[in-house]
Design a protein around this ligand. Structure first.
Ligand code: ADP
Ligand code: MG
Length: 369
């Protein structure tokens, strides 16, 4: 596994349940996945010696970290099995490549333009504004993004973001944000998890509600759209497709070539979790059932909740009967850092959401989601 964060940690756990051994590559000695792996190679993602060791020791390699250098992916693929492919990861790593790919594949996206130089900004259509300027690479959790009213503000923001290649997206009036996490096997079999409804705060996922409270037709369209993305990429592994709902239309926002924060509900609500599907796809097993046996609402727990040198008030939530608390074993809480999550389970999504919002407030999250 390339990457040792919480996504890698759950991958290691799922692989262990199926009897596999896992090596993790991550430069951080204390990485959540590295600490429970059979072997933790503490090195950078571009370290040729570490890459060679992985290739020699591992039957199959996957990634939980989007920004693995393309060269590493290619060099591993020459020597061992790598899913998802280097090409798919490269597309998801770069918003310009990603949006171009979606446009070329005829998959609906919002109005967008690509900007590589300040001059490119002059050519933008007036009706693209107000807009969101996003760096093409290395952005996550709302980082590397600026909302701009017009062209002049866009110029300032472009320079502020480092004058690097960017996409400029029209700021859309979002009715809802959805994600579909799916697994696709080497044989082309696709299994979509329940469509998730996502609420963000400060650019970071805050609450995920499953199943999404949307009309059946829209749900079918969301899953069909995500499946088209996976098929167009000839994808193998777990893929997350983030979408916007605007006026009953589905527009693809972005994709992640890995399990996704919104898919964490599947750990507790679904026959086969997104991490087990990742293991199954990578190891060429049949996919498991993606059937949810409960409605589930997840609340992210960010480092902001940790008072200096102390812990959040766990007793306020650990007594809840239908609440599963997950902590990733990260040693250092920092604002915005994903430290854990809690999932509320039940039969009816509206009451599960109510219980989740009560738990969210009991643990000390004040603002409305
Ligand atoms: P990240 O890689 O940080 O997740 P996203 O492109 O998903 O980047 O943007 C983060 C969030 O910002 C989205 O989930 C959405 O809430 C908001 N956002 C992004 N693009 C737009 C847009 N074009 N219009 C309106 N809101 C947007
Ligand atoms: Mg996103």
């Amino acid at each position: 596994m390339l990457g040792g964060g919480q996504l890698g940690r759950y991958f290691v756990m799922a692989a262990h349940e199926l009897g596999y051994r896992v090596w993790v590559l991550d430069p951080d000695e204390a990485s959540p996945a590295g600490r429970i792996a059979d072997r933790h190679i503490v090195a950078g993602f571009d370290d040729p010696a570490a890459t060679a060791e992985l290739a020699a020791g591992c039957v199959a390699v996957s990634t939980e970290f989007e920004n693995v250098p393309a060269a590493t992916m290619h060099s591993l693929a020459e020597r061992t099995v790598v899913y998802p492919s280097a090409a798919a990861v490269a597309i998801a790593q770069d918003r310009i490549a990603e949006k171009s790919f979606l446009l070329d594949s005829g998959i609906p996206v919002g109005p967008v333009a690509f900007v590589r130089t300040t001059e490119d900004l002059d050519g933008l259509a007036d009706d693209l504004f107000p807009a969101v300027l996003k760096t093409a690479t290395l952005g996550y959790d709302g980082k590397g993004q600026r909302t701009v009213a017009g062209r002049r503000e866009a110029e300032e923001a472009f320079v502020e973001l480092g004058s690097v290649p960017c996409v400029v997206e029209k700021l859309l009036p979002l009715d809802l944000e959805l994600s579909v996490v799916l697994a696709r096997s080497v044989h082309g079999e696709v299994a979509c998890f329940a469509t998730a409804e996502n609420r963000h705060r400060d650019g970071i996922l805050d609450v995920t509600i499953t199943p999404a409270r949307i009309p059946y037709d829209l749900d079918v369209l969301a899953r069909a759209t995500a499946t088209r993305v996976a098929e167009a990429l000839d994808y193998v592994g777990v893929l997350a497709v983030e979408m916007f709902v605007v006026d009953d239309r589905i527009l693809v926002n972005e994709m992640a070539p890995r399990p996704h924060n919104s898919g964490h509900v599947t750990l507790d609500s679904t026959v086969t979790s997104q991490f087990e599907q990742q293991v199954r796809a990578l190891c060429r097993l049949p996919l498991g059932s993606s059937r949810a046996h409960s409605a589930a609402v997840m609340v992210n727990l960010l480092g902001d909740l940790w008072p200096a040198g102390e812990q959040p008030p766990w007793p306020a939530v650990t007594g809840e009967p239908d609440l599963k608390l997950h902590l990733y074993g990260k040693l250092e809480p920092r604002p915005g850092r994903k430290m854990g999550h809690m999932t509320l389970l039940g039969g009816d999504v509206e009451s599960v959401l109510e219980a989740a919002l009560r738990a969210r407030s009991a643990i000390g999250i004040r603002e409305d989601p």
